[in-house]
Design a protein around this ligand. Structure first.
Ligand SMILES: [Zn+2]
Length: 497
């Protein structure tokens, strides 16, 4: 029996969850004292009053309004055999003065704010910013929260919803074990240091390993830093499938982009995907990637991303013309066209060509590349994966790996569904490319003796110079160039799935 607003109120025994509490009553029960305090604090900040704890121990909890003259109070009790706390007396009436009401509420601790916001960060794809926490607490609860406290509250809420980083590392082996059981052919590996602490992780899904043999033998690799308190780097290897879609091959997690970590990742990658004829690896110009490839894949050619090189060039030598001419040098199929572009760059500034020659044209210029790059001149497909998992980079390790699984499953599932409705001899992408060139192709005449293409159709079509073979023909260059232009000129922000 208790009073509320001067009237006696009784309530059946009810166990309240920590969230969603509105009308607190006598006999309401909480799983423990912390949940009771959290619920009471949220009521306090929502109703703009403050309370102080008069007594708190393992058996009792007694709170009073901050104004000694106010009548509001709550008493709750537990028992020796249970952690549950039951409200035994609750006078829900304030007689305090307005002087005690403030937007700076003592009950709005980081812990209580984290309880208020945790549902909003449950979905890792939601980017709930610290400024938004401050705005929401002001709009929904009428309380002003300082930036630092909002940051702490966000961190607490993340730990509460997703588990702490420490717990997550402990869960990883069991998670990977279950992943292997439910995904046949999947390869996982965890490397620990001498003190049994986590060092590296490797993961290649069975479906990726199955599909790799049908992809172009060009592997794009890259690393991206993680945003958790523990830091770390995510490594990824990917390829392009026959439908020109990004095909994730393997992932790794380690401390940073250093020689040891990259070597460990490449060794596991080699065990998983092996080496294929004509295979090559494309990456940015990170020295540790270069060193690791040289050691682990000595027979595999390492190409560098032309986009990254262009960015390096832009930071050293100003001018749109420099970048445009570099693109011609990098993308040209023939050595004379490359030579002409390099001569132009030398005229602008001889240091440009010195810089590019030091970067080794065999690694960035198509006309000198000793293997086939299959139009993959950049590491943009890795950047696309990076962009697709942007939301997961601040997750603890196990939810991060789960986000990778979710992404791969989602992509492969949608592709499988789309593929079952198609009945072309080639993939839809290849079919579309050929179809778009059909009219142009029908107007060409191939002279087999000279391997030259001559136009016999519309006079406005321009063929600058004839090439010595069908492969080096201007037509082929135009077709292939248009295909790669999108990839080359801008980093993708949207993932091609
Ligand atoms: Zn009061």
């Amino acid at each position: 029996m208790a009073t509320e607003g001067g009237q006696e109120v009784q309530s059946p025994l009810t166990v309240l969850p920590s969230m969603g509490i509105e009308d607190l009553r006598v006999n309401h029960m909480f799983k423990n004292k912390e949940e009771l305090k959290s619920a009471l604090s949220r009521i306090a900040i929502k109703k703009h009053f403050q309370y102080k704890v008069k007594r708190s121990c393992s058996l009792t909890f007694w709170a009073k309004c901050i104004d000694e003259n106010c009548e509001w109070y709550l008493r709750a009790r537990s028992s020796k055999t249970s952690s549950y706390f039951r409200v035994i007396k609750y006078k829900n009436f304030h007689s305090c003065s307005l002087n005690h009401k403030s937007t700076d509420n003592r009950q709005a601790s980081a812990k209580v704010i984290s309880d208020c916001i945790k549902e909003k960060i449950r979905d890792p794809k939601t980017n709930y910013k610290t400024r938004q926490i401050i705005n929401d607490m002001r709009d929904e609860y009428g309380v002003q929260v300082k930036y630092n406290k909002a940051c702490r509250a966000k961190e607490l809420a993340k730990n509460n919803v997703r588990g702490s980083n420490e717990e997550s590392y402990a869960e990883l082996p069991a998670y990977l074990h279950m992943l292997k059981l439910s995904n046949p052919g999947t390869i996982t590996r965890i490397e620990k240091d001498d003190d049994n602490r986590f060092k590296y992780m490797f993961l290649a899904f069975g479906c990726s390993l199955d599909g790799w043999k049908h992809c172009r033998p060009v592997v794009v690799v890259g690393g991206t830093f993680l945003k958790t308190k523990c830091g770390g780097t995510l490594y990824a290897a990917c390829a392009k499938d026959g439908n020109n879609q990004i095909f994730p091959l393997a992932f790794g997690i380690g401390d940073s982009e250093n020689d040891k970590a990259w070597k460990w990742f490449f060794k596991r990658l080699k065990e998983a995907i092996g080496e294929r004829e004509e295979m090559c690896i494309i990456s940015d110009r990170h020295i540790s990637i270069k060193n690791a490839i040289a050691e682990v894949f000595p027979g595999i050619y390492h190409g560098i991303c032309a986009y990254h090189l262009k960015q390096n060039l832009r930071s050293r030598f100003r001018g749109v013309h420099v970048q445009a001419t570099f693109e011609i040098a990098a993308r040209s199929y023939s050595v004379p066209e490359y030579d002409s572009a390099m001569a132009e760059l030398r005229n602008i500034n001889p240091e440009i060509t010195t810089y590019l020659l030091e970067a080794d044209p065999k690694r960035w210029a198509r006309s000198f590349f000793p293997k086939r790059r299959y139009n993959i001149m950049t590491s943009n497909i890795f950047e696309s994966i990076n962009s697709a998992i942007e939301h997961a980079r601040d997750l603890p390790i196990t939810p991060l790996v789960e986000a990778l699984r979710e992404m791969v499953q989602d992509w492969f599932s949608r592709r499988k569904e789309a593929a079952t409705c198609q009945f072309f001899d080639v993939t839809k992408w290849a079919n579309d490319v050929m179809e778009s060139k059909l009219d142009q192709a029908f107007r060409m005449k191939v002279q087999l003796t000279l391997f030259q293409i001559k136009r016999i159709g519309t006079p406005q079509m321009k063929l600058k110079k004839t090439a010595s073979s069908l492969l080096n023909s201007k037509l082929n260059q135009d077709v292939l160039r248009k295909e790669e232009e999108k990839e080359f000129e801008t980093m993708p922000s949207v993932v091609n799935t």
